[in-house]
Design a protein around this ligand. Structure first.
Ligand code: FES
Ligand SMILES: [Fe+2]
Length: 336
């Protein structure tokens, strides 16, 4: 087992229409397309004939047709038609490797190896009554580890998103970090609400805030802000690894906001886009510097609450270690 045995999002369902899509996942080029029956399929993006990218071809009523000589493959990657041989010709078995595929929650998921689970990760509360959701897709010039750490890291918010999301606050609070075999989470206690555009617009006065940041294998971050029974914000990001310095991130923002949830989206969505664009920029700058120095050499302090744990869990998954790691629980004092 390795990180290749997990499900990753290849594309949004609505992006996948008549045209095949080229994607790279963990350095591997794949083509995503809908067969004549509308079901999604994922194949290696290389025609068995002269190795043309199949993503440059088109979908016909027989399957995915290569744009060079027209060899045509079905959803299982088997070549069913070679125009130069003519209709109905007996063909030797020629195939392009196919990948497992699953369409769920408005996304097409695939796996490069043998899937560790029957179904991909399910986005929390998506589609449930009373919840409003919207989605975003962003290309980050950063490794999955650096993206995921960023999504779950509070101290950067007062610098990168100053005034938008948080303003510097010297009050201390306590963070309880807990790790199990496939996730690690931090629960904040007595978190003060500092003035910002987000808190002014969305956070109700006088209600206790419950804030949790969570990482789940292989590359999912989930942030929850809960205020009493009827205000709950969840930001979940699935990070599809593209290459050492690139990730494609699919974010679902799902929230409950009393009876005016749909209206809240009018300003909440642009706000989220603005904040994520700031993270896209900072991750790109970090990557540029990592390239100048040919790699990472990170110092970690205990207030870097999840970065090391994310790396450790992913390294264990990559090595295929199945025994549960020693449980971890620690309390850290932190200021934002
Ligand atoms: S390269 Fe694909 S049909 Fe020839
Ligand atoms: Fe951020």
């Amino acid at each position: 087992m390795s990180l290749k045995d997990y499900w990753y999002i290849a594309c949004e369902s609505r992006e996948l229409r008549e045209k095949p899509l080229a994607r790279v996942i963990m350095g591997e080029p794949v083509v995503v397309f809908r067969g004549p029956d509308g079901a999604p399929a994922v194949l290696n993006d290389r025609c068995a004939h002269r190795n043309m990218a199949l993503s440059l071809g088109r979908v016909t009523d027989k399957g995915l047709q290569c744009g060079y000589h027209g060899w045509t493959y079905d959803a299982a990657g088997v070549c069913r038609f070679v125009p130069a041989q003519g209709e109905g010709a007996r063909l030797p078995r020629i195939e392009v490797p196919r990948k497992p595929v699953c369409e769920q929650d408005g996304y097409v998921w695939t796996c490069l190896g043998a899937p560790v689970s029957v179904k991909p990760f399910g986005f929390p509360h998506l589609g449930e009554a009373g919840w409003t959701s919207f989605t975003m897709q962003n290309e980050f010039a950063g490794s999955p580890e650096n993206c995921l750490e960023n999504f779950l890291d509070c101290p950067h918010t007062v610098f990168v998103h100053k005034g938008w999301f948080r303003t510097p606050d010297t009050r201390q609070l306590s963070a309880l970090v807990r790790r199990d075999d496939d996730s690690v989470e931090v629960r904040f206690q007595d978190e003060p609400i500092s003035p910002s555009v987000v808190s002014w617009l969305l956070f109700p006065k006088g209600k206790e805030l419950k804030h949790t940041d969570r990482f789940l294998l292989p590359s999912i971050s989930r942030v929850d802000y809960v205020f009493g029974p009827d205000r709950h914000f969840i930001i979940t990001s699935q990070c599809t690894p593209v290459s050492e310095h690139a990730s494609r991130v699919y974010t679902v923002i799902n929230y409950r906001f009393g009876s005016v949830g749909a209206l809240v989206r009018l300003f909440f969505e642009p706000l989220c886009r603005r904040i994520i664009a700031q993270d896209v920029d900072i991750l790109r700058d970090q990557s540029d510097n990592l390239k100048r120095f040919c790699g990472e050499k990170f110092a970690h302090l205990e207030t870097d609450l999840l970065g090391l744990e994310i790396r450790r869990l992913r390294e264990r998954a990559e090595r295929g270690e199945t025994a549960a790691p020693a449980p971890l629980e620690r309390e850290v004092t932190i200021r934002f």
